[in-house]
Design a protein around this ligand. Structure first.
Ligand code: SF4
Length: 378
């Protein structure tokens, strides 16, 4: 599969603040190859050399960002209707090559493709679909903290993601105002220290694993110094879309931490798990982390009993317990993924007849202002 040159990709990323960790800024990728680099390093460059990007960071920089390129890679019709203009610029296409490689060639209904394709349907007006679907902004505190539920606080660590999921409930989130990693976590840690009722810090985003391990390890060390914090939870899709991210550096700081670790993965379809993802999940498990999965129920992607049963079976085969099946958060641009309540209930009844209870995810909806996720009856 052809991979675009880093220089070309970096130019594509230039205007996208969600694209990558600022530890590895575009100048790392924009540097000309050694053969073209005639000028000697400045004194400042010699004293503060840029860190060498890890393999996963190079993969991230090489992600597919142009709709035409994705269609070409998959042998799809170049005329497939796509979002364009400012709407696409605000939430661009982004998908790593390894995730593209798991899509079926020539199939516009492929469930992985549908999750990342910026369909023209995103531009349609849908009553009841809002910019802030779950009321995050009303709960946002300094340091990127969102404190909705008793005993837990969510940290908006970064706006960057390895993949842009078209149904994302934070697709319109003003990340520039609330990124905890900026400022070396000080404000976030101060807030967590001041509220001793918080026992669990939840790293979210964006995707926290888009941050460098130096930043993440520094946050874990800061948390470990707070006697009230017992658990660190990571919500991430990165191990699934960019499995090489689960490398030695990540596993080292996770293993070292005294905190109980919970990694909540976001896997929506069994086709997302290949051998490389399986190996990444095994490495995560070996750090002592508990692995859970939360999926989003998505029309055209996983709204069949066969798919949901296979998802639970396959995640569990890799040591990941099914946790939540979320109905769609009603965010503007995602209405075409919505599955109605009657269908969701029927699906739960169907899969409950085929799965042992411990493989049955809980059907939930997040309701703005509610003290917990709301369990939906079926
Ligand atoms: S669903 Fe998660 S990984 Fe996907 S775009 Fe949203 S925050 Fe990023």
């Amino acid at each position: 599969m052809p991979v675009p040159a880093p220089f070309e990709v970096a130019v594509n990323l230039r205007n996208n603040p969600r694209a990558m960790d600022d530890r590895y800024p575009l100048n790392t990728l924009l540097a000309p190859p050694p053969s073209q680099s005639a000028a000697p390093a400045t004194t400042q460059q010699q004293q503060h050399p840029q860190p060498t990007p890890a393999r996963w960071q190079r993969s991230l920089a090489a992600a597919v960002t142009r709709p035409a390129e994705l269609l070409e890679l998959l042998g799809l019709d170049a005329g497939l209707p796509a979002l364009d203009g400012s709407a696409l610029r605000d939430f661009p296409l982004r998908v790593p090559h390894s995730f593209v490689a798991r899509m079926r060639f020539g199939d516009p209904r492929d469930p992985l493709f549908l999750q990342v394709w910026p369909a023209s349907a995103e531009a349609l007006d849908a009553p009841g679909f809002a910019l802030d679907a779950v009321g995050d902004l009303a709960k946002l505190k300094p340091g990127g903290l969102i404190h909705k539920y008793q005993g837990r606080a969510l940290v908006v660590a970064t706006g960057a993601c390895a993949v842009h999921c078209r149904y994302c409930f934070r697709r319109h989130f003003p990340y520039s105002d609330a990124i905890a990693a900026r400022g070396a976590w000080r404000e976030t840690l101060d807030q967590l220290a001041a509220d001793t009722s918080v026992e669990e810090a939840i790293l979210s985003g964006g995707d926290p694993l888009a941050l460098s391990d130096d930043k993440l390890a520094a946050f874990a060390v800061g948390l470990e110094a707070l006697p009230n914090i017992r658990r660190l939870r990571l919500h991430t899709r990165v191990p699934v879309v960019l499995p090489e991210r689960v490398d030695d550096a990540l596993c080292a700081w996770l293993t070292r931490s005294r905190l109980q670790k919970v990694v909540v993965l976001h896997i929506n379809h069994p086709q997302e798990i290949d051998a490389e993802v399986g190996a990444a999940l095994a490495r995560l498990r070996a750090t002592g982390a508990t692995l859970l999965n939360q999926a989003v129920l998505l029309k055209g992607v996983n709204d069949s009993a066969d798919t949901l049963v296979a998802l639970s079976e396959k995640t569990f085969a890799h040591g990941v317990l099914p946790y939540y099946l979320h109905v769609l958060d009603r965010v503007q641009g995602a209405a075409h993924f919505d599955v109605d309540g009657t269908t969701a209930s029927q699906l739960m009844r169907d899969i409950s007849a085929r799965l042992p209870g411990y493989l049955l995810p809980r059907l939930v909806r997040e309701i703005a202002g509610a003290p917990a996720k709301t369990l939906l009856p079926w």
